[in-house]
Design a protein around this ligand. Structure first.
Ligand code: FES
Length: 145
């Protein structure tokens, strides 16, 4: 049985199938709702570990994993030497970058800017990035959502 014949027997036309496809595509596109940045944040329980002996050795170094961007913002291995925020911009979900010379997270798509702690500085985004807890044990840094 051909697909078209099968769908016809079910009473589903090609238009309905296409509408379903486009509706799925819309729901997976970026977060166009700036009032709800939960859409672009990693799920609770997400962790991200880094060996500080070999990673993030220079101020400004960053690493992205599991929807989180982790950045060394100062020398030493104190918790305050690092910041971790959601990597998805709260405007439309584009991955942000850390600009070390400006000390800001900047979205490359429309230019929203966020502080080291993720606070909104400049739109078009209207909400801050979520910041996550950093813990250090020995030479292992772990970010927990
Ligand atoms: S996606 Fe528009 S400013 Fe980031």
């Amino acid at each position: 049985m051909e697909r078209e014949e099968f769908l016809s027997k079910l009473g589903i036309g090609a238009l309905a199938v296409c509408m379903g496809c486009s509706m799925v595509a819309c729901s997976k596109s970026g977060n166009a709702n700036p009032s709800n940045n939960n859409v672009n944040t990693p799920p609770a329980g997400t962790t991200f570990s880094v060996d500080l002996g070999s990673s993030l050795t220079a101020v400004g170094d960053s690493k992205i994993s599991n929807g989180i961007i982790l950045v060394r913002i100062a020398s030493g291995n104190a918790i305050s030497s690092f910041t971790a925020v959601q990597v998805a911009c709260t405007h439309e979900g584009t991955a942000i970058n850390y600009n070390n010379s400006q000390g800001l997270f900047i979205c490359p798509l429309h230019g929203s800017e966020f502080s080291k702690s993720g606070a909104l500085i400049q739109g078009p985004a209207t909400t801050s990035l979520k910041q996550y807890t950093v813990a250090i044990a020995g030479s292992t840094l772990t970010v927990t959502v």
